[in-house]
Write a protein that binds this ligand. Structure first.
Ligand SMILES: Nc1ncnc2c1ncn2[C@@H]1O[C@H](COP(=O)(O)OP(=O)(O)O)[C@@H](O)[C@H]1O
Ligand SMILES: [Mg+2]
Length: 300
């Protein structure tokens, strides 16, 4: 496994791990081969962990285990252990985990209830089930819809939304519940670049407000700038874990498995020609441009 000498996940100032996987393997009841294999990984609070890897590498499975859905709703056989918020995922009831950890599934249509007639009511649905006071529900729903840019369609039927709007609605439903930990499984797969940028800045704000976030994404472009830690899965195994800038600077054989953003590829190409002196990869186009400016000024 590739790992950073000072893994971003294990700095001493971190709070205790909220999820601890130890040699954890999971084989879904309907599958012949494991979807996660001997995974050892701790996830910490007050961090943004970005999980990536090729299609089928186990990202969604990891997200579902962290959120308590596997093996409680999607059954499977487990070896090793995974504890989330101190609960063994094999025996803990779903609500023990889901009351504190929200998840936005990769497919928004799996998330929406089909029981409501407006975007507003859909966002309010879980809050009503919790029995929150009406004024509190209204204020939370308005804020959540605002932050994903759906305030104007609050009265529309959820089934009339586009794929991108449905994805925003699924995010709004999770936001409105204000859980301290949020798992977002490929939350921008249906969004255009503007929508993606909006979701990324909304997540950055959540981070500033100390929500713990786990984001699954194949396209890393927009997320690297706000991620504290990068976890790379490959064929269900942990392939790399560390700070995004250090890992992407030396991806080794993982370069073929990860969607390396263009700004990182350009930086790596220049570095191979002796241009630029930074040892860590840029985490956005702005950082690439700034390092080129510095390099030109210093006469490299
Ligand atoms: N509900 C399921 N039942 C059986 N196999 C599944 C299920 N979900 C995912 N898998 C399998 O587990 C492996 C990992 O899938 P997944 O976790 O969805 O990976 P990723 O999100 O990285 O694409 C794949 O081989 C996939 O076919
Ligand atoms: Mg997936």
């Amino acid at each position: 496994m590739v790992s950073d000498p000072t893994p971003a996940g294990s700095t001493s100032s971190r709070t205790a791990a909220f999820a601890a996987f130890e040699e954890f393997s999971l084989t879904y009841d309907t599958a012949c081969t494991p979807s996660l294999t001997r995974l050892s990984l701790d996830l910490y609070g007050d961090q943004l962990t970005l999980v990536t890897g090729p299609s089928g590498s186990g990202k969604s499975t990891l997200a579902r285990v962290v959120a308590g859905f596997v093996p409680q709703l999607l059954r499977g056989e487990i070896e090793g252990s995974a504890r989330v918020l101190g609960h063994d995922v094999e025996s803990a009831p779903l609500h023990a985990i889901s009351q504190s950890i929200g998840i936005v599934f990769d497919n928004p249509f799996d998330q929406l209830t089909a029981a409501t007639r407006t975007v507003f009511d859909e966002t309010a649905y879980a809050l009503e089930n919790e029995g929150l006071p009406r004024a509190e529900i209204v204020s939370r729903v308005r804020e959540a819809l605002d932050s994903v840019g759906l305030a104007e369609v609050a009265g529309n039927h959820p089934r009339r939304l586009s794929g991108g709007q449905s994805q925003r609605l699924a995010i709004a439903c999770a936001l409105a519940q204000r859980k301290p930990i949020l798992v977002l499984d490929d939350p921008t797969s249906q969004l255009d670049p503007t929508g993606t940028a909006e979701v990324v800045s909304m997540v950055a704000k959540l981070r500033e407000e100390h929500t713990t976030v786990v984001v699954v994404a194949q396209d890393l472009r927009h997320w690297l700038g706000i991620a504290d830690r990068l976890v790379i899965l490959d064929e269900g195994r942990l392939a790399a874990d560390g700070s995004p800038a250090a890992l992407l600077a030396e991806p080794g054989p993982l370069a073929a498995k990860v969607m390396i953003p263009r700004y990182v590829a350009i930086w790596a190409e220049l570095r191979s020609r002796g241009i630029g002196s930074s040892d860590t990869a840029p985490l956005g186009t702005d950082q690439l441009v700034a390092s080129l400016h510095a390099s030109v000024r210093s006469g490299d």
